[in-house]
Design a binder for this molecule. Structure first.
Ligand code: NAP
Length: 335
């Protein structure tokens, strides 16, 4: 093959917000598949808040992306060359293939997906990693029970929209916290949440008193910071605080802001527990089956924010997550 493979590599470690100069845009020859390998052309690229953490040189659940390496990213590729026993040309495969137009893979950590069953983008969202995060975070870590009150922050995002809707399927009262009137209207309208709090315009503590009068049984935290602190003041007895993420803290140049109201865990005999979705990888098929059923039955609506462009648009697209410019799962569709 003589085609060119555009790639985005990490040029230097960002300090605070990620900047254009933190990336190198380049090209190399499209790889060729060896025995047991395949080459995929990227169709959809996933944008995830966790990417910010992967750029820092500190211990985490995955090693940091190295300087000069192709940026790590989940994507759906179409197989264009294969010497792999499981994959044929034309198959669609989901995996961590990086911010590049073509990827070489030995198939490890990949999964074949069917565009006839769901749009390809949905395998990066509702039926992909964010959907799995919502499902296991809420039902396993959060141990949700019918009739409970659930509050979710980052509610209009990839994970948040799924958390709230799964909780509704399970017969719970659901309050979403999101930025801006449009996102709040989406939550209480199309997505069926019982109430929404616009954290940019409202006093979150006061609003939680109104919308969770009997206290919060499960607080699913996507944002950390002041909103987490506000939620801690409203816990019901034996509440569960699910630490999914803390996007408000990811660009901090100083230490992460911890919760000052943590003693409410003691008073309310509550627990706070973090999790990493990858630990549930073996149970993904179980979750995907149930989620697909709810989506097919119209009980869960899939919200996606699809950008059209090339891998060179990746840096700008990543920034959108930190400015709240996406609604639902943010993906980049490659031409
Ligand atoms: P997302 O919610 O689709 O996008 C990020 C959203 O965060 C933005 O749209 C914005 O919405 C909100 N946000 C940005 N800055 C904020 C701030 N300073 N304060 C409050 N909200 C802010 O992203 P996602 O993919 O669903 O991820 C949500 C969270 O889950 C992230 O923290 C992510 O790291 C975490 N996560 C964890 C796991 C795990 O295994 N533990 C797996 C996947 C994701 P607004 O307009 O509402 O501000």
């Amino acid at each position: 093959m003589t085609a060119v493979n555009r790639q985005i590599r990490l040029a230097r470690r960002p300090v605070g917000e990620v900047r254009a100069e933190d990336w190198t845009h380049g090209s190399e020859a499209v790889p060729t598949a060896g025995e047991g390998e395949f080459v995929g052309r990227t169709r959809y690229l996933s944008l995830d808040p966790a990417m910010r953490g992967w750029l820092d040189d500190r211990p985490s659940y995955l090693p940091p992306v190295g300087i000069g390496e192709v940026m790590r990213a989940g994507s759906v590729v179409e197989v264009v060359e294969s010497r792999h026993p499981k994959y044929r040309v034309g198959d669609h495969v989901v995996g961590t293939f990086g911010v590049q137009e073509y990827a070489l893979s030995d198939g490890r950590g990949t999964l074949k997906v069917d565009p006839a069953l769901a749009p390809l983008s949905t395998y990066l969202g509702a039926l992909g990693m964010p959907g799995m995060t919502a499902y296991f975070g809420l039902l396993d870590v959060g141990a949700l029970k019918e009739g409970e009150t659930v509050v979710v922050s980052g509610a209009a995002g990839a994970v948040g929209t799924m958390v709230g809707q799964i909780a509704k399927v399970k017969g719970c009262r659901v309050v979403g916290i999101a930025g801006g009137p449009d996102k709040c209207a989406l939550l209480t309208g199309e997505l069926g949440f019982d109430a929404a709090i616009d954290y940019r315009a409202e006093d979150v503590r006061k609003a939680l008193r109104t919308h969770a009068p009997d206290g919060i049984d499960v607080y699913f935290d996507n944002v950390g910071g002041e909103i987490l602190d506000a939620a801690l003041t409203r816990l019901a007895m034996h509440a569960r605080v699910v630490v999914c993420g803390a996007i408000s803290q990811y660009n901090n140049e100083t230490a992460v802001q911890g919760p000052s109201n943590y003693l409410s865990l003691l008073v309310r005999r509550a627990r706070m527990e973090g999790f990493v979705v990858f630990d549930y990888a073996r149970r993904y098929p179980e979750a995907a089956k149930e989620l697909a059923g709810w989506i097919g039955a119209g009980r869960i609506k899939v919200k996606e924010h699809v950008l059209d462009g090339g891998v060179d648009d990746f840096p700008a697209a990543l920034g959108m997550l930190f400015r709240g410019e996406n609604t639902g799962k943010l993906v980049l569709r490659l031409a």
